[in-house]
Design a binder for this molecule. Structure first.
Ligand SMILES: [Zn+2]
Length: 707
């Protein structure tokens, strides 16, 4: 599930974490997987590419027009609506464990999931926003069907799942650069689409049927199936309904032969006061806190470990407790890490659960298995439980010292837990031997031996292994006891996520091994530091004189400051939609005030233009003095002019001040959050800002003569 706040890893799956889905692969390689569409013969002639693109674009525009009421926005007559979303999360005995009302007061501005009643964004929705994101390569027409083969750039970012917000039953996201569409040439409605996920045999296949006429000449499908075809296929069968005023809305979804999601209490066009209130989302429950089963927990305690267990025998509870206790004391004594007084762990064996093990970053672990047999040796279960527990102890060793390690790649955090966990596994064996586990086995194979083997098999191209090498090399330089003080020094240094090296280098040169550490950092920095991940959207600037001079200010706030906030370690971001495809950002306006020392610091803050995925397109630095000093007083509007820069159809403005105790800028926000404001840094995970909308606006202008 996305957005889990816990630090989580599947036990024993460490080796797979590093293989993320790359997106850069040629069509030829993708198609080698064998994508076949019915009635899609090779074209008989080969018209010039630009003719194909022109014809394809004309077809796409017609397709989007006919399907606009389900792909873009509901009919204008629909001004608001509300519904109750139901999600079946548990087994049949507990059929309806999640439901919440959703109100949509501005359909055109609502997010896809809320507008549609289901999380569904794929190639058609992407094309509807901006058909020019596709290069049409082949157009074929046969038996009343048109087939388009498309290259999508920047790559499509899709997501599908039974759910609107918070939790989903069945969810996947994907990136794809190639797609195929089969269109009914008579009505101009899609029948089928396929998205190819580069470098993998994964395909997203959608079919559309039961078309209803929304208004004359405009259609919407009442049945949609979405299938992620891969080794383990996932399929959603969705039904939609046309409501009053022509509102197309999710009705129900089936997944794994069960109805898992449905909508009811749909109301359309009511006075706002009559719409049900939408509660703010409740804190996410971890799986083990789910009420669907109430296992009876017993407890077992030993040297600084407390095990609550259900569904497993006391022998395994003791083994788990002893493993953690020994690993904990080695981490404290041999490595000098600050370990919690007591580590608690909740162990649950339940037929309904999949194997998982994670920690809370402080002192608590959660271990789920489907049955006690799932705790047996890796040769039987494929799960490295002893290593897994040591791995979690490794995480605690780091997280307890470096609370704010956003600047570090996720791979690097996992690599550290993998390295220390592997070392601890070996050391636990030395102390306790095979008898520690009820299912006696030689787990030395699961420690450094496994780590070294996977390093030897990789020619230094895998980013996870690169980070493992980096940590291993660091410990080889500073010694087992040298890492904890270094981590502590990093925690103390003010690390700017945009430039972590500047703060980290002095902590290395302060050590006796300075020279070797300097070389180590030079080599290891790329493996450890979270890069900002530049957008694929090209930077394009234009002379101000070439603009029409009719700037449009995009304002998503109500203009009234209701509160203010300064965010250390992150930034203030707002997501906008451009009013056209040919727009240039000319200025950013922001309501705020400078605090701290009256004398402005001689440094810049940053305004970033990012794509909708928060990846930076351009960085505009401004001196801190751009904001007048106000102390704790009132803020004001400040206009920040930028070189006119082309924006994508959806873009994010992100402002980062890197505040400290002596300098910073308060950003004001209005009284009600509209869902467009975020706490985010470019290229990093973002979190919605829920107190209000940042008073941050973007001004766009268009070139004088349309291209
Ligand atoms: Zn981990």
């Amino acid at each position: 599930m996305r957005g889990m706040n816990v630090l989580k890893i599947g036990v024993g799956q460490i080796g797979f974490r590093a293989f993320s889905l790359g997106l850069a692969l040629s069509f030829a390689a993708s198609a080698a997987g064998g994508t076949e569409l019915p009635d899609a013969p090779a074209p008989v002639s080969h018209p010039p590419a630009q003719d194909v693109q022109a014809r394809g674009q004309a077809i796409l525009r017609q397709l989007i027009e006919v399907n606009r009421y389900w792909l873009l926005v509901p009919l204008e007559a629909v001004t608001n609506y509300a519904y109750v979303f139901h999600l079946r999360q548990g087994e049949q005995g507990n059929p309806d464990s999640g439901q919440y009302p959703v109100r949509v007061v501005e359909p055109a501005k609502a997010s896809h999931p809320r507008r549609q009643g289901v999380t569904y964004y794929s190639v058609l929705q992407c094309l509807a926003k901006d058909p020019t994101c596709a290069q049409v390569r082949v157009v074929t027409e046969k038996n009343g069907r048109i087939t388009l083969e498309l290259a999508v750039a920047p790559p499509l970012r899709g997501a599908c799942g039974n759910g609107v917000k918070g939790s989903w039953v069945g969810y996947f996201s994907f990136g794809g650069e190639e797609a195929q569409l089969v269109i009914d040439a008579g009505r101009m409605v899609p029948l089928k689409s396929v998205v190819l996920v580069a470098t993998t045999p994964v395909r997203i296949e959608e079919t559309f049927s039961d078309y209803a006429e929304v208004t004359p000449g405009h259609y919407a499908p009442l049945s949609v199936t979405v299938k992620r075809a891969a080794e383990k296929s996932v399929q959603f069968d969705w039904k939609f309904k046309l409501h009053d005023g022509g509102l197309w809305l999710f009705d129900q979804g089936r997944y794994r032969d069960q109805k898992v999601a449905w909508l009811d209490q749909v109301v359309v066009n009511r006075p706002l006061s009559e719409l049900p209130d939408e509660p703010s989302p409740a804190p996410r429950k971890s799986k083990s806190a789910s009420p669907r089963t109430t296992p009876q927990y017993q407890t077992f305690e030993t040297n600084g470990v407390e095990v609550s267990y259900a569904g497993v025998s006391v022998a395994y509870a003791q083994a788990i407790a002893r493993t953690i206790a020994v690993a904990r004391s080695i981490a404290a004594e041999q490595f000098g890490f600050d370990m919690p007084e007591v580590i608690t762990i909740t162990v649950t064996a339940d037929a309904d659960r999949e194997v998982q093990l994670f920690n809370d970053g402080e002192d608590h672990f959660v271990l789920d298995v489907s049955s006690e047999a799932g705790l047996e040796r890796p040769a039987r279960t494929g799960t490295f439980h002893i290593y897994g527990l040591c791995h979690e102890v490794g995480h605690l060793a780091m997280y307890r010292l470096i609370k704010d390690c956003d600047w570090m790649k996720n791979d690097a955090k996992e690599a550290w837990a993998h390295y220390l966990g592997s070392r601890l596994t070996d050391m636990v064996y030395v102390k306790c031997g095979p008898e520690i586990w009820p299912d006696h086995y030689d787990y030395r194979a699961d420690g450094m031996q496994r780590l070294e083997k996977s390093l030897a098999q990789d020619s230094n191209t895998n980013s996870f292994n690169q980070a493992v090498r980096a940590w291993k090399a660091l410990v080889e330089i500073v010694g087992d006891k040298g890492t904890a003080p270094l981590f502590a020094a990093w925690a103390k240094a003010r690390i700017d996520p945009l430039d972590p090296g500047t703060a980290i280098r002095p902590t290395l040169s302060a050590r006796p091994e300075a020279e070797r550490l300097a070389a180590w950092w030079y080599e290891s920095e790329p493996a450890l530091i979270q890069e900002l991940g530049k957008s694929d959207f090209p930077v394009e600037t234009i002379e101000a004189s070439a603009l029409a001079g009719r700037p449009v200010e995009l304002a998503l706030d109500d203009g009234q400051p209701a509160g203010k906030s300064s965010i250390a370690g992150s930034g203030h971001a707002v997501r906008f939609e451009a009013n056209g495809t040919n727009c240039f950002l000319t200025e950013v306006r922001m309501f705020g005030s400078r605090y701290g020392l009256p004398e402005p610091p001689k440094e810049n803050f940053h305004v970033w233009l990012c794509d909708k995925g928060f990846k930076p397109i351009a960085d505009f630095p401004f001196p801190y003095s751009s904001f007048p000093y106000a102390g704790e007083g009132e803020g004001k509007w400040v206009t920040l002019k930028v070189p006119p820069t082309r924006v994508p159809p959806e873009f994010v403005i992100c402002v980062c001040f890197n505040p400290t105790a002596t300098k910073g800028i308060y950003a004001n926000y209005d009284k009600e959050a509209g869902g467009h404001s975020f706490v985010a840094l470019p290229g990093r995970e973002d979190a919605p800002f829920k107190k209000g909308d940042w008073l941050i606006r973007a001004c766009l202008d268009q070139p004088r003569t349309q291209r």
